[in-house]
Design a protein around this ligand. Sequence first.
Ligand code: SF4
Length: 227
Amino acid sequence: MTTLSPRPDFTPDSDPLDVIRWALGAHGRVLMPSAFNLNGVVLIDLAAKAGYRGEVVFVDTGYHFPETLATRDRLAARYPELTFVTLNDGASPEDGQTDPALYAADADACCAVRKVAPLQSYLRAQAPDALLNARSRDQATTRADIPFVEQGARVKVNPLAHWTRERLEAYAHEHDLPVNPLYFDGFLSVGCWTCTRAVRPGEDARAGRWAGKGKTECGLWAGGNAL
Ligand code: SF4
């Protein structure tokens, strides 16, 4: 297990920029996985402002909305100082990685092959010292206790842990960030088109992910094979 470097006593009011700057100073090589949701877009902007010049790593499952791929491309154009890496670039449901309908029969198995395995393989090869991640507490009850810094298989730094959706939206609006247009149609968390629906009033931001399947996480951030 990686040993944490000493860090300031962050509070819920700590500025995410300070958390990112600490992460960059305390850890030799930092890497940022992203799916380009609202949280992710805000984190990319803040990280660039804080001096991050590393990779933004996205996994193409083959089932992404065209709007998500276009959001990636807009971000890559806006932040040339960052390196946007797409794993499994050009994947498709018929590429043979899984049965094309596996997502319906066994979503955990589909995510394990199409999402978790490519990123785990990449991280094993890259061996970053820490990951920057955009999760926040108010995204879902299952994320209500996310700290700024998590230990686990890898150190994960979550600068937006205490930012609310309203604050994220205000920041994105103020800085004219390229938010996935699906967000404004109620897709507050966007995953694969096969497994995402718009959120209904009163639901939390991730309620549209794998709705009705008893599944809340893809496996990247929770479970036995988490990053
Ligand atoms: S979100 Fe759905 S389609 Fe995408 S990898 Fe997971 S199960 Fe497969």
